[in-house]
Design a protein. Structure first.
Lengths: 151, 382
């Protein structure tokens, strides 16, 4: 098990601009979206072995969106949360589906419901909605006049 | 009255993916009995060999996450019973625990015991249904009746205490909604006695069956590395040797006070996943036996405010449902409703591995593999 301090020191060495938040249950790290992929590659391998991506989702903050990755290690049992800010008008981030295979499905879901495009994703299509659907339902400004979603 | 069918020359089916004209694309579902719900699989075949399986989701997507954004912290729990309807108690449990974590509500000991007993009864009921349906997928009809014989007993017990058989909505923030029915403990004990005498029949009927074994052994292989990479949890992960039981790794409620083993198999095939689930039935019985006589007296529901407000922040809870790890992720802005809620459902991640598991095998093995994934479609579609 690695302490939060060790993880922080490692990430600061690669990405000095990263900010940390330890108020929650796990260490939250805000990283730059453009460098996320190279960092993910390093986190996946030794010494951290974050081999288990157990949640991948997005939050719409109306001004911008945040991608949230929950990573855990089945070897060391430590958990971190990585967050990357993406632009709302041109939402785009590098895909990590070649590092954690489960991301392929989760990224398609996020693309479908939030409209974040994942570059280098092998199969970037809508997963749940039909291909001709317009809009991204989980965005805060989405409003469907026909189907009541908001209750 | 009867006209002879004319044989019409059909053009070769054009494969939308590779276009070599040799492949056949068939749709399985969404209305197909073997998918146990409304899963739509687009399967590309070459002869009988599977080249690709593409799940198409969304047939019963209700956008529960969006709905929850306008429901209060007391209301949103009711919707979650409709996700994985076979683990309704455990879904409610996860949501209640997230709200309790955010508001720092202390749950009375009695409620904790009741919750764990209910969770384990749910797990048994869920595995029972899976066991019957799995055997039915492979052509054996009798096991279904055996499984439902015991499952009905659990549903009756649930109905007495919770007032519902499937969507219980029994666990609320602070504890449980109502106290146990006076005959609950006796009925559970009667059930355990009955179940223990019946569970050996399961092995005799199915596990040792040579046809069943040859249909499942070596089928749908998933290596340990792939299981982790695909995020497979629950019996799917444990069938591949991944230690992923949340009850053991991150114990919640009274799971750290009971003795039980995490069932691990290293085969990684359908038969291993089958064995994990059947063994878990016995483990669940062990847990219930340790708790049923020791339910402490006292309150079953902590005193909470009428309107629940979570402080600003993020809260994540992990529990072990019958299918694997369920995560509830609430982002709160301090209001009475969640700003964003995400359910990390076990079925969704387990399904993502299906294509990898069945590529190159025969189409008959698809059902044997899907059966042991134990997919519940409302859990995947949410």
């Amino acid at each position: 098990m690695m302490t939060n301090e060790e993880i922080k020191a490692f990430i600061s060495g690669i990405q000095p601009s990263a900010t940390y938040d330890e108020t929650g249950e796990w260490l939250n790290i805000h990283v730059d979206a453009s460098q996320w992929k190279s960092l993910a590659n390093l986190l996946r391998n030794a010494p951290f072995n974050f081999d288990y991506l157990f949640s991948l989702t997005c939050i719409d903050w109306k001004t911008h969106m945040t991608m949230v990755y929950h990573l855990s290690s089945t070897l060391h049992r430590h958990t971190i949360v990585l967050k990357a800010k993406v632009d709302r008008a041109d939402a785009q981030i590098e895909s990590v589906s070649d590092i954690w295979k489960t991301a392929e499905f989760h990224e398609r879901e996020v693309y479908d419901l939030f409209g974040v495009r994942f570059s280098n994703h092998p199969d970037m299509r809508r997963l749940i909605l039909t291909d001709d659907f317009e809009g991204y339902p989980l965005r805060k400004d989405f409003d469907d006049p026909v189907n009541m979603i908001k209750l | 009255m009867y006209t002879e069918t004319q044989i019409v020359e059909r053009p070769a089916v054009i494969d939308p993916f590779e276009g070599d004209g040799e492949n056949l694309v068939i749709n399985i579902g969404p209305q197909h009995p073997a998918t146990h719900g409304v899963l739509h699989l687009v399967v590309t075949l070459n002869g009988e060999t599977i080249k690709k399986v593409e799940p198409h989701l969304g047939y019963i997507h209700r956008s529960i996450e969006k709905m929850c954004e306008s429901l209060s912290y007391r209301q949103f729990i009711y919707v979650t019973s409709r996700m994985d309807y076979l683990s309704a108690h455990i879904n409610n449990h996860a949501c209640a625990m997230t709200v309790e974590k955010g508001m720092q509500i202390e749950v009375p000991a009695r409620a904790q015991y009741i919750r764990v007993i209910m969770d384990e009864l749910t797990r048994i009921a869920s595995h029972e249904l899976w066991w019957g349906a799995m055997a039915m997928d492979l052509g054996a009809f009798t096991p279904f009746f055996y499984a439902f014989r015991e499952r009905e007993t659990i549903n009756d017990i649930m109905e007495q205490t919770c007032g519902a058989r499937l969507t219980m909505n029994y666990m609320v923030p602070g504890g449980v909604m109502a106290d146990l029915h006076p005959t609950f403990q006796q009925k559970v004990k009667d059930f355990i006695t009955l179940f223990k005498s019946n569970i050996d029949e399961y092995d005799e009927l199915v596990t040792g069956n040579i046809i069943f074994q040859s249909r499942t052994k070596g089928v749908g292989y998933l290596s340990k590395e792939d299981a982790i990479s695909y995020g497979c949890t629950g019996p799917v992960g444990r069938g591949s040797g991944v230690s992923c039981d949340i009850r053991k790794i991150y114990p919640y409620e009274v799971y750290n006070q009971v003795q039980f083993d995490e069932m691990l198999e290293t085969g990684g095939d359908s038969f291993s996943r089958y064995q994990v689930r059947v063994k878990e039935l016995r483990e669940s019985i062990k847990i219930i036996e340790q708790l049923i006589d020791n339910v402490p007296a006292g309150d079953y529901l902590a005193k909470t405010k009428a309107v629940l407000k979570l402080p600003k922040g993020e809260f994540y809870t992990r529990v072990e449902t019958a299918r694997g790890e369920l995560g509830v992720y609430i982002v709160s802005e301090g209001g009475t409703t969640p700003y964003r809620i995400k359910f990390r459902s076990p079925g969704f991640s387990n399904l993502s591995a299906l294509d990898h598991m069945v590529r190159g095998s025969k189409i008959g093995d698809l059902m044997a593999t899907m059966g042991t994934l134990d997919l519940v479609i409302p859990d995947i579609d949410r």
